[in-house]
Write a protein that binds this ligand. Structure first.
Ligand SMILES: [Fe+2]
Length: 179
């Protein structure tokens, strides 16, 4: 289950209801899918064939269609990152810049872990959302954020888009942000 860390205070927020309430206040959508629906083989696989990807999409077909129907997503795909990914360090370096998009950024974590760093309201400041398999998050358009991996450096996620062009990152210069 996702956990929040508020960077200014080191406060941690745990438990599905608390996490959801905090994220809703910050206008971040948080939902949860049943991670155990996935075959055990795919729960721990980070280099995926086209057949693996098709199996994941078919396992979560009803969840994807439900989310897409409610929120207007038209297209989706699967991203897999791990130490087996060529140039992983370069990819992560590119990720780790605060930026915005003109549409929301949706990620359903299928396996592994990941972390969104998001600029919250002025009273909260930046906070981390640590995600694991089953966690589904949508960061609203124009909300400064970035995404990176956690210590285990491996993740599989479904990405949903209204229009992939909306996902082009606009850099967000913020002198108040501290890594
Ligand atoms: Fe982003």
């Amino acid at each position: 289950m996702a956990e929040i860390r508020i960077r200014n205070t080191e406060e941690r927020i745990k438990g599905e209801e608390n996490v959801r309430a905090f994220l809703n206040q910050q206008e971040v959508l948080y939902e949860h899918w049943d991670a155990s629906k996935l075959s055990t083989e795919l729960q721990d696989k980070f280099v995926l064939s086209d057949e693996d990807k098709a199996a994941i999409l078919s396992t979560y077909e009803s969840e994807i269609n439900d989310l897409a129907g409610r929120r207007g997503y038209k297209t989706w795909d699967i991203v897999a990152l791990s130490d087996a990914t060529p140039n992983l360090d370069e990819i992560l370096k590119k990720f780790e810049e605060v930026h915005t998009h003109t549409e929301d950024e949706v990620r359903a974590i299928i396996a592994g872990r990941g972390i969104f760093i998001i600029k919250g309201t002025d009273d909260v400041g930046y906070f981390d959302v640590e995600l694991e398999a089953g966690d589904v998050i949508s960061v609203p358009e124009n909300k400064p954020h970035f995404f990176t991996l956690m210590e285990n450096r491996q993740i599989v996620a479904v990405r949903l888009f209204i229009e992939p062009a909306g996902w082009v990152a606009q850099p967000f210069q913020d002198p108040s942000f501290q890594k």
